[in-house]
Ligand binder design. Structure first.
Ligand code: T4K
Length: 418
């Protein structure tokens, strides 16, 4: 249902645009029949976990796709990061961007390693190498670059810094499966890289992740560590954990991989449509992906410049939620403003001006296989109408409690009503 007038917006009493909520990260499913066949074969074989045949096949297919020697599948990307950090023997301090999902920081803190928050550059929201160098101290042992939104960090500059200071370099590539840097697939940079295959990622294994590397010894160590450190039936060589991927997750992953080109094509079409419709709206900047590289286009990222639009990102978010467009303000308010980091480093924000600014401006909009061109037209209608009436909107919102400030349990319960 197209919208044209202020009173068409749900927040002004208009009919809600979408009967069912539109989410960021609604899972892509792929070929259900093929998935069910695979699940059936798993049940038939009674091999459910512990390096089963489907996990092995998934690892081989990911490694081949990326062009890397080793892929070790895991139960999620957070545990993959924790294992990799431990396998590389990182200690003391490790430099990471503050503008990332909290898992990047927690994977260090979980192991008593201090995450040192570093600022990002303003155009692509990626770790700023010039600031990395300034954050190095005698306790620094590593750098974790995050390929945010599937765009790739300045790998060369970061490698140069890491080499000069004898630091380990690894990448949180949770968003970047399928993306390239100088036409080489992500997965080949630093000591190793970590993918996420969480349900909300464009290729998913329900929950899942993987470490990919070209380092034989590191791969061997990670493979042991994700299985409690077992070298033989009754022999343990390292401290380890249970980071294994199960067979049903691998079945989902293999099925997802078969549709990868379709998923990327749909994401790309959606991205083009958003670009076209948002370009004429003053005060909105949509993040543009590098046309010279391959991207998975799984995130539609916009910035709202309140000075131009007259309404804030959070006000626009509230308008969208009322119309059942569940946009997300990733990665607000920045890791440094979440616990335990906020209490430990209360002044970290003063060295993170770009992170602070982006945390207030960035909004991620729904895309993927459950979002069609007509949906995008309506979402952009809502944005255009809201931005054309800043004064009336501010007045209306003065008395309305933002729904995204409710506790997580309440919001999750709400989501299941659909
Ligand atoms: N590093 C980075 C840079 C990351 O972004 C992430 C994860 C990680 C590391 C760690 O990866 P994992 O350990 O998760 O493999 C989501 C995801 O849970 C998280 O994986 C992702 N990044 C992050 C960016 O987004 P939330 O808490 O914001 O959203 P969530 O999981 O509640 O899902 C978002 C919406 O998607 C829901 O409101 C409804 C919809 N949804 C979700 C699920 C799980 C569905 O429709 N169906 C579903 O099954 O974290």
């Amino acid at each position: 249902m197209r919208k044209a007038l202020l009173n068409d917006l749900a927040i002004f009493g208009g009919q809600v645009a979408f009967e069912e909520r539109l989410y960021v990260g609604r899972p892509n499913i792929g070929n259900r029949k093929r998935l069910m066949e695979r699940i059936d074969s798993i049940l038939e074989s009674r091999w459910l976990s512990n390096d089963g045949p489907l996990v092995t096949e998934f690892e081989q297919k990911v490694a081949k796709y990326v062009g890397v020697k080793h892929c070790i599948a895991t139960c999620n990307a957070t545990v993959a990061l924790e294992i990799l950090i431990r396998a590389l023997d990182l200690q003391g301090e490790v430099i990471i961007p503050a503008f990332t999902f909290i898992a990047t920081a927690h994977a260090l803190e979980w192991q008593q390693i201090t995450p040192v928050f570093c600022d990002i550059e303003p155009r692509q929201h990626l770790l700023d190498p010039s600031r990395v160098e300034r954050a190095i101290t005698s306790r620094t042992t590593g750098i974790i670059g995050v390929h945010l939104w599937g765009q790739i960090c300045d790998v060369e500059a970061l490698s140069d810094i890491a080499n000069r200071h004898r630091l380990k370099l690894l990448f949180d590539a949770a968003h970047a499966f399928g993306s390239t840097y100088k036409n080489q697939h992500v997965g080949n940079f630093g000591s190793a890289e970590v993918f996420s295959f969480h349900a909300t990622k464009f290729i998913n294994t329900l929950e899942g992740g993987a470490v990919v590397t070209n380092d034989d010894e590191l791969a061997r160590k990670i493979r042991l560590m994700k299985n409690f450190g077992f070298t033989y039936w009754d022999e343990v060589s390292y401290v380890g954990t249970n980071g294994k991927m199960n067979e049903i997750s691998a079945a989902m992953g293999l099925t997802s991989l078969e549709s990868i080109q379709d998923f990327i094509a749909i994401n790309y079409e959606n991205y083009k449509r958003y670009t076209e419709l948002l370009a004429p709206i003053p005060g909105i900047r949509m993040l543009q992906y590098d046309t010279g590289e391959t991207n998975n286009y799984q995130y539609i990222v916009i910035e709202i410049d309140e000075e131009q639009t007259g309404i804030s990102r959070d006000e626009l978010l509230q308008v969208l939620w009322e119309d059942n467009v569940i946009a997300r303000r990733y990665f607000h308010p920045g890791c440094h403003r979440m616990e335990p980091y906020l209490s430990k480093y209360p002044n970290a924000g003063s060295t993170l001006p770009v992170t602070e600014e982006k945390s207030k401006r960035v909004l991620v909009l729904p895309t993927g296989t459950t979002v069609c061109s007509e949906d995008i037209t309506v979402i952009c209608d809502i944005i255009a109408i809201a931005l054309a009436h800043p004064k009336q909107l501010k007045e209306r919102l003065r008395t309305t409690q933002p729904p995204f400030n409710r506790p997580v349990e309440v919001s999750v319960a709400d989501a299941h009503k659909n």
